[in-house]
Design a protein around this ligand. Structure first.
Ligand code: PLP
Length: 281
């Protein structure tokens, strides 16, 4: 297994980071997850743009254009050029004496790896989700490597035999522990607005774009937990989740058995076609 670390491609066991790295000490960094399909990295530009945007938000000085060549080198060294793979990258504020305030002049630490990964066909399996309190911070728009709130709520889902946790803040459904959440009512797609309480998922953006192309009306509005029973369909989105129908959300069931709702199915079909296209840029 190969790892790209600060300009070098190393065997994973030789890839070492200082204990004084602010990623390790403070969780002071940003990450991205992308998948490479046969035609290239799926929505690569959107992912790298979001990474840059996030780094800018927390003033980590790094230009993502500098990792383009490194990414090609990593994939090649990993034997994954043009092969289905999962790419993880993270940029932290770098190594500095442990003080809260941003250090002056620390060089960002950049780490990436790629693993063989076959993105499954659009998930035919429907997901069961618990509802958990969204006790995360108020800047969920930042794809921070500090993911305690996300992993704790996801663990609660796993522990109780569910597939995901849907998060509720002040009575409003925000997103999943590692996904965005959508609802459908009377043919209209409803999802939380892209503000500081959710991560603006690339898959979320793709779904909204597909709704436009398919003439499906969209409302980006907060949805209250009490409204769940009024909804006809629900689904989660994410880079590896893609578009996954929800069968059970808390006490409420959507549809029966394996039956995926009409609008969800339509979007899944359109998404599957997108995967076949060249979306590398
Ligand atoms: N929301 C959260 C909290 C996430 O961690 C993720 C993905 O990791 C998403 C939403 C979905 O984002 P994307 O579609 O870009 O994978």
């Amino acid at each position: 297994k190969k790892v790209y670390l600060n300009g070098e491609i190393l065997d994973s066991h030789d890839a070492k980071i200082s204990v004084f790295d602010r990623g390790f000490l403070f969780g002071d960094g940003i990450y991205e997850v992308m998948v490479q399909l046969e035609n290239g990295i799926f929505y690569k530009k959107a992912h790298l743009d979001r990474l840059q945007d996030n780094l800018d938000k927390i003033s980590i000085l790094f230009d993502v254009r500098d990792i383009d060549d490194a990414l090609i080198g990593l994939l090649s060294a990993s034997g994954l050029s043009q092969k289905s793979s999962l790419i993880y990258m993270q940029v932290t504020r770098g190594i500095a004496p442990r003080k809260h305030a941003y250090p002056k002049g620390a060089a960002a630490s950049v780490m990436m790896y790629a693993l063989p990964y076959e993105l499954p066909p659009i998930n035919p399996k429907r997901m069961k989700a618990i509802i958990e309190s969204d006790f995360r911070w108020h800047r969920c728009d930042i794809k921070s490597i500090s993911l305690l709130g996300n992993i704790m709520t996801n663990e609660a889902a796993m522990e109780s035999g569910n597939d995901e946790a849907a998060l509720v803040r002040n009575g409003i459904l925000t997103e999943g522990s590692h996904t965005n959440i959508f609802f459908v009512r009377d043919g209209t797609v409803i999802t939380h607005p892209a503000d500081e309480h959710i991560l603006n998922g690339i898959t979320r953006k793709i779904v909204l774009q597909l709704c436009g192309e398919l003439g499906i009306p969209v409302m980006e509005r907060p949805l209250r937990e009490e409204e769940i029973p009024d909804m006809d369909e629900a689904f989660f989105t994410g880079t590896t989740t893609q578009i996954a129908s929800i069968s059970q959300l808390g006490d409420h069931s959507f549809g029966h058995g394996d039956e995926v709702g009409r609008t969800t199915k339509k979007l899944q079909g359109a998404f599957a076609l997108l995967r076949e296209k060249d979306t590398a840029e």
